[in-house]
Design a protein around this ligand. Structure first.
Ligand SMILES: [Zn+2]
Length: 381
């Protein structure tokens, strides 16, 4: 039978060629519509039914495609966007798939447009007449910024697959848990004045000193009270990322800003974390009313975990002959898990994601195709 879709490498090339950068900066942020349309074309060639879903009030889209009918089945999910790239640091064209030294280079080769080329290639080799349960493919938008694609999809869909696999680059390890991420800025407003008379003003750097002391207390509290032995760093971490304040040696500093992030483990939810943080700042707030302003930076992602004892986890561990483990990066799993039990498993290493000259080592190609094929056959055929 004549193959209806291009070769694996041709499809890979066609995905890398389309820029789909997500960024907080409006001038850099791009729509993913062209890539979504191309994916829709390829999957419809394989007889999938296609749904293209606009994320309200944006130029971003999700695609859900499905093959076969009935209950349950398997959903593979990937995000269509990439991060921005540093032109000076890349030695290759980020939008051209380049093969060199047994590696495929390009922006999104592992994180994670390439995953769709794997799926298309594997599904085209399967006898779909044997399908007993549906296969779904979800292509999401904006994973690299606010995860609005996965958030919107999980709120609006009514499909109920048995399991979801997110194909982020896990080096083909099966990930059942990861840490979350939340980041903040604290602005401290003092009153400026000439330094020769301290009673002229209120020095925001001195208030910042008290704030930092309390943040470090919280950091220690989290480390001592929360632990998860499956993680290489077993406790929630906090990092003070930046501090800015003051502009002259003889002026009382009126504005000082601190940014920091916290990476919670599962069992420490974002709400609890926020309560603990606000509790820590309460005393200083009382002493310095209306001078300390806490705000969220970016979008936060909760930590994620599915129990190792969950029957789906055990099933996939058996099918793939691998043990599930944990990761330190965030994924869309906390949102997609609202639809079905979610695991993360994909080709290439996370060490290459978001780095110049991102590459997929070709040694991942055949094992990935085999694992995906086994998963589809065992789950859906
Ligand atoms: Zn990713």
């Amino acid at each position: 039978m004549k193959r209806k879709i291009p070769s694996f490498i041709q499809m890979y090339e066609s995905f890398i060629k389309i820029p789909t950068i997500s960024s907080e900066k409006k001038t850099i942020d791009q729509s993913n519509k062209v890539l979504i349309d191309l994916l829709a074309n390829y999957f419809s060639e394989l007889n999938f039914l296609i749904q293209i879903i606009n994320i309200p009030n944006t130029n971003k889209f999700n695609m859900l495609s499905s093959l076969g009918i009935g209950n349950g089945g398997l959903l593979f999910s990937g995000h269509t966007d990439t991060v921005d790239f540093d032109e000076n640091a890349w030695t290759k064209d980020p939008f051209k798939l380049t093969k060199k030294d047994d590696k495929l280079y390009g922006l999104g080769v592992v994180d994670m447009k390439g995953f769709f080329a794997f799926l298309l290639d594997v599904i085209s080799s399967i006898n779909i007449k044997k399908l007993k349960k549906p296969i779904y493919i979800l292509a999401t938008a904006n994973e690299e910024t606010d995860m609005s694609g996965a958030r919107y999809f999980s709120q609006s869909t009514n499909i109920k697959p048995d399991c979801i696999i997110i194909g982020e680059p896990t080096s083909l390890k099966l990930i059942k848990a990861h840490k979350g991420h939340i980041s903040y800025k604290i602005d401290i407003i003092g009153n400026t004045g000439h330094s020769s008379n301290p009673s002229n003003g209120i020095n925001s750097i001195e208030i910042a000193y008290e704030v930092i002391k309390n943040l470090i207390d919280l950091k220690k509290y989290l480390q001592q009270n929360y632990s998860h032995q499956d993680f290489s760093i077993s406790y929630p971490t906090m990092n003070l990322g930046s501090i800015n304040g003051g502009n002259a040696i003889n002026r009382i500093c009126s504005l000082c800003s601190i940014t920091f992030e916290i990476r919670p483990i599962p069992k420490l939810n974002l709400k609890t974390l926020e309560i603990l943080l606000k509790e820590k700042l309460k005393k200083i707030n009382k002493k310095w009313p209306n001078r300390i302003f806490l705000k969220n930076l970016f979008f936060s992602v909760p930590a994620y975990e599915i129990s190792k004892k969950h029957k789906i986890v055990q099933k996939i561990e058996n099918f793939c002959k691998i043990e599930s483990t944990t990761a330190n990066y965030c994924t869309e799993a906390p949102f997609l898990n609202k639809i079905a039990p979610t695991l993360i498993l994909g080709p290439g290493s996370i060490d290459q994601a978001h780095y110049p000259d991102e590459y997929l080592h070709c040694s991942f190609i055949e094992p990935t195709k085999n694992i995906l094929k086994q998963l589809i056959i065992k789950f859906c055929c």
